[in-house]
Write a protein that binds this ligand. Structure first.
Ligand code: CP
Length: 313
């Protein structure tokens, strides 16, 4: 029981044993989400700060609901309505909030390394909810949970990540987690949107989507960050869709019983057609539901509590 670290900063370096512990514990919480009363006393008495310096729909609501379903008290911080807008530093901000007796901090920030920085100036458990282009570990975990739910195991499955890998924290967390669990991982995108360190990941790298899709079980389509178009990373949205958009014709290259994933938010008609996003092969909404169970598991395991269903003082 329990994880090697009291923080979750990323999936790089997390052992297969710890990943399995999180995924197995998530199964218990996923079942709780199907009950008429979706609430357990597990984290009663603990206070969790949701510190979101960047916009979020899924992750912010998912964490808040996960905390509430575990009976924790939750505080939602918004940079725009706080003293940050008057120039208060991140360190001063979080140390002042922690002085009000916070136990855990969930943080999203545009700067990679912010969650690590918080471990250096706070006593709370820190959970990374997305830091720059570094990692988004709970997204990686919920993607792995969703794949395992369908196929039973991650070992030996061919998983392809398509899109803006270079700027994607989701891609990095998926790559580290999936590889540790024995999946066969490949990435595909325009060469301008592939990371310089792609070789370090130990994955197959493609710039041709038709080739990349051959023999794949799971395709995880990443949001194309339209703001990148201004910086010349790809010539036009239409060309991107032509070369890297997922269409019905391209699906024929995949293995039977394939799965389509997307972390959201989706640009419909750009990286994926609406027809595919809403098809029976798509698990986009299941990913969102599973995200809550995975976040409940992470909060529970990091809290040091010893029982899921019974309060442990
Ligand atoms: N998948 C994800 O991180 O979505 P949000 O940006 O809405 O949290």
């Amino acid at each position: 029981m329990g994880l090697a670290s009291r923080h979750l900063l990323g999936l790089e370096g997390v052992s297969a044993e710890d990943l399995t512990e999180i995924l197995d514990t998530s199964v218990i919480f996923r079942e709780i989400l199907e009950r008429p009363i979706k609430k357990v006393p597990t984290l009663r008495g603990l206070t969790v700060l949701n510190l979101f310096y960047e916009s979020s729909t899924r992750t912010r609501i998912s964490f808040e609901l996960a905390e509430k379903r575990l009976s924790a008290d939750t505080i939602n911080f918004s940079a725009s309505t706080s003293s940050v807008s008057e120039g208060e530093s991140l360190r001063d901000t979080v140390q002042n909030i922690e002085a009000m007796k916070i136990d855990m901090v969930v943080v999203r920030h545009k700067s990679a390394g912010t969650p690590y920085f918080l471990t250096q100036c706070l006593n709370s458990n820190i959970i990374n909810a997305g830091d720059g282009a570094h990692e988004h570990p709970t997204q990686g975990l919920l993607d792995m949970f969703t794949i395992r739910q369908k196929y039973g195991s991650l070992k030996g499955l061919r998983v392809l990540l398509v899109g803006d890998i270079k700027h994607s924290r989701v891609a990095r967390s998926n790559i580290w987690g999936l590889k540790t669990m024995g999946a066969d991982v490949a990435i595909c995108g325009p060469s301008t949107l592939l990371p310089y360190e792609a070789e370090r990941f130990g994955v197959d790298v493609y710039t041709n989507l038709n080739e990349a899709l051959e023999g794949v079980d799971v395709v995880n389509i990443l949001r194309i960050q339209l703001e990148r178009q201004q910086t010349g990373m790809f010539p036009s949205q239409r060309e991107y869709t032509h070369l890297f958009g997922l269409s019905n014709e391209r699906l024929k290259r995949l293995n039977k019983n394939f799965t389509i994933m997307h972390p959201g938010p989706i640009n419909r008609g750009v990286e994926i057609t609406s027809e595919i996003a809403d098809s029976n092969s798509s698990v986009v909404l299941e990913q969102v539901t599973n995200g809550q169970a995975v976040r409940m598991a992470v909060l529970y395991l990091l809290s040091g509590k010893k029982s899921v269903t019974e309060e442990n003082e």
